[in-house]
Unconditional design. Structure first.
Length: 246
């Protein structure tokens, strides 16, 4: 597995409230497996930065302490749930962090190319398969719910003033529902892309495919995705993690 990651504050924000996680195949007890994540925090007084950091730290803690036999979907669900509970507790203890939260999209890839993804919020996972890119996750946003219900077209959703209105995040309640996605299998040259909405606000599937076709490494691809998003506007923090199977 070739793994690359990159994050940029963008052109508008003073701080970076995104966080990312990369656990490589030779790290920790889950030999041969890759765990990656992207979190996009929200909240005043730097609380968004705190929430996203808590989320990825909790996921790492679960991955590093879990039994190797624990199924991937259970592992990721446990990691996301621990992040949610920890954020909820931290906000309850500090009034300055009241209301903080974060998105979290994460994935586990094994050495056969099998991928399991967990998601809460609107950070996304895309699969790069046979030279084409498709969205795997579903955003937990008001506009996406309207699209799925047939009340809003996908093109209208991209420009809606409510496109960033989240309906599910970590830290919003003591418990959180975690969406699990399976069925993605990476063959030789295929890849997985995790990004915050600071990237997807400016790039689409065609852009992702072009970058991955041309990049000579996962790191170069991650950097180019973020650089292009910042160049096209950079109104938000932008983060990307790319995993390519050799």
């Amino acid at each position: 597995m070739d793994i690359g990651s990159f994050s940029d504050v963008g052109r508008v924000r003073e701080g970076n409230e995104d966080a990312l996680l990369v656990i490589k195949p030779d790290d920790g007890p889950r030999a041969g497996q890759v765990v990656v994540a992207v979190a996009d925090g929200m909240g005043g007084h730097n609380a968004g930065e705190v929430a996203s950091a808590i989320a990825v730290a909790a996921l790492r803690r679960v991955v590093e302490s879990a039994e190797p036999s624990l199924a991937a979907d259970e592992l990721l669900t446990s990691g996301v749930s621990l992040g949610n509970q920890t954020i909820w507790d931290a906000a309850a203890e500090d009034v300055a962090k009241d209301g903080m939260g974060t998105t979290l999209v994460c994935a586990l890839l094994d050495q056969t190319g099998k991928v399991v993804i967990a998601n809460v919020g609107d950070s996304r996972a895309y699969a790069y398969l046979n030279g084409e890119v498709r969205l795997v996750t579903a955003d937990h946003t008001w506009v996406n719910e309207q699209v799925l219900a047939g009340y809003l077209s996908p093109s209208d959703a991209r420009t809606s003033p409510y496109r960033n209105l989240l309906t599910r995040t970590l830290g919003n309640a003591p418990r959180v529902d975690v969406d699990i996605f399976t069925g993605v299998h990476l063959g030789a040259g295929d890849g997985l892309i995790l990004v915050s909405d600071g990237v997807t606000g400016y790039l689409d599937e065609g852009d992702f495919a072009s970058v991955l076709r041309e990049a000579d490494s996962a790191q170069a691809a991650a950097e180019e995705l973020v650089r292009e998003a910042v160049e096209r506007g950079g109104a938000d923090n932008a983060t990307a993690v790319v995993v390519r199977r050799g």
